[in-house]
Design a binder for this molecule. Structure first.
Ligand SMILES: NC(=O)c1ccc[n+]([C@@H]2O[C@H](COP(=O)([O-])OP(=O)(O)OC[C@H]3O[C@@H](n4cnc5c(N)ncnc54)[C@H](OP(=O)(O)O)[C@@H]3O)[C@@H](O)[C@H]2O)c1
Length: 238
């Protein structure tokens, strides 16, 4: 049995990943208590409310893990938020609203700072336990530049290069780290950012349960095998 902390576990890909890992000891993390509680009850798992952009809440989560989840061996960073809009589109009300400085800061704080903060806070526990695995849910936007979403692009590239920068140090301490980089997925990710995409685009999205199987594949690898990054695409939507 492994001890797995999953952020963003109340919905979408994080929830599907939790379902596939139901036989492990799970600690589900997110902000929406109603969603988290429901997933946790169905899987007989624990949950903890934590906004990964908030340092005080991260420290509360750290205290909870040290007290109740000290055998932690796996961190799955799945929490993330979306925004889009080219700089030249900012005169358009929709794109202006998606690119207020507050929204930009929240995307960077969640996707980049939040991921780095979770690793900085919890990787020392894995190192102390002499074995561990970190899986970051990154994105196609973390490995390609896409002019329609420069801020999201920057936020995911930040995580991708952070992973590259820390992987050898972690490996020396028997901790491996992987970026899983999906293309478009059929979740509420865009709707939540007031950017619901047309049906003809969404139908070319990956099912989150299929992407969760990729996470499980990485999770199930023998410990001595590490996959630095893995990309997942719908065949009709490269
Ligand atoms: N959907 C796509 O097309 C797509 C493509 C490539 C990569 N991704 C990545 O896949 C991951 C999962 O996204 P999804 O598509 O499954 O969408 P989702 O259902 O909206 O999942 C995102 C999760 O992140 C959590 N979250 C957001 N901000 C948070 C914060 N500050 N603190 C803690 N938790 C926070 C949300 O939960 P709470 O609201 O409860 O906090 C939510 O459960 C994200 O990292 C996203 O960047 C998505």
């Amino acid at each position: 049995m492994r001890y797995v902390l999953i952020t963003g576990a109340g919905s979408g890909l994080g929830k599907e990943t939790a379902k596939l890992l139901k036989d492990e000891k799970l600690l589900l993390v997110g902000r929406n208590e109603k969603n988290l509680k429901k997933v946790a009850q169905n899987l007989d798992a624990d949950y903890f409310i934590c906004d990964i952009t908030n340092i005080d809440q991260i420290n509360e989560l750290k205290a909870h893990v040290e007290k109740n989840f000290a055998n932690l061996d796996t961190i799955i960073n799945c929490a993330g938020v979306w925004t889009k809009g080219e700089i030249s589109q900012l005169s358009d009300k929709h794109f202006a609203e998606m690119n207020t400085l507050e929204k930009i800061k929240n995307v960077l704080d969640t996707n980049t700072f939040g991921t780095i903060a979770m690793i900085t806070t919890f990787a020392p526990i894995l190192i102390k336990n002499k074995k561990g695995q970190i899986i970051n849910v990154n994105s196609q936007s973390g490995v390609e530049t896409e002019e329609f979403c420069p801020v999201y692009n920057a936020s995911k590239h930040g995580g991708y290069f952070y992973r590259k920068a820390v992987q050898r140090d972690l490996a020396k301490h028997n901790v491996k780290i992987t970026d899983v980089c999906p293309g478009l997925m059929k979740t509420d990710f865009f709707v939540k950012a007031d950017d619901g995409l047309p049906q003809e685009i969404m139908k070319l999205g990956l099912s989150p349960d299929e992407v969760a199987k990729t996470i499980k594949y990485v999770f199930d690898m023998p410990h001595e095998i590490t996959i630095p990054s893995i990309e997942v695409r719908h065949i009709k939507n490269y």
